[in-house]
Design a protein around this ligand. Structure first.
Ligand code: AMP
Ligand code: ZN
Length: 114
């Protein structure tokens, strides 16, 4: 998608602070971090929202979780703990319409989710 900010990051048109990359996913520091560790993990394939993951794309879910494990280790929050969040559509607070997982850690996170 030519007008998608995360596709532009994948293409190298917009810079990012890369945390982890493999053939399927890219992870980079959030530009407006809400915690000492705040990483965005995205599939390299453009998928707008969680609701747009087709049944034949379910491998993407596993790839995102596998990448989350690797990011947690890289950022040294695997043992202390962290939170993953996927916002979907307007009420979910989704602003960038390229499927992404937030990984937050490095401080004690609040009990409430919203
Ligand atoms: P969401 O509300 O789930 O769509 O979250 C989008 C996230 O992307 C926000 O936390 C933004 O701070 C983050 N973000 C937007 N643009 C960039 C960028 N160029 N580099 C890194 N993170 C970004
Ligand atoms: Zn995209």
């Amino acid at each position: 998608m030519s007008d998608c900010i995360f596709c532009k990051i994948i293409n190298g048109d917009i810079p990012c602070t890369k945390v982890y990359e493999d053939g399927a996913v890219l992870a980079f520091d959030d530009i407006q971090p809400m915690a000492p560790v705040h990483v965005i993990i995205i599939p390299k394939k453009h998928i707008a929202t969680l609701m747009d993951v087709d049944t034949d794309q379910e491998v993407i879910s596993r790839q995102l979780f596998t990448a989350a494990q690797k990011v947690a280790k890289i950022k040294n929050v695997a043992v202390g703990g962290f939170r993953t969040v996927v916002n979907c559509n307007a009420d979910g607070g989704q602003i960038v319409f390229h499927l992404h997982m937030h990984l937050l850690g490095g401080r004690k996170l609040e009990d409430q989710l919203g």
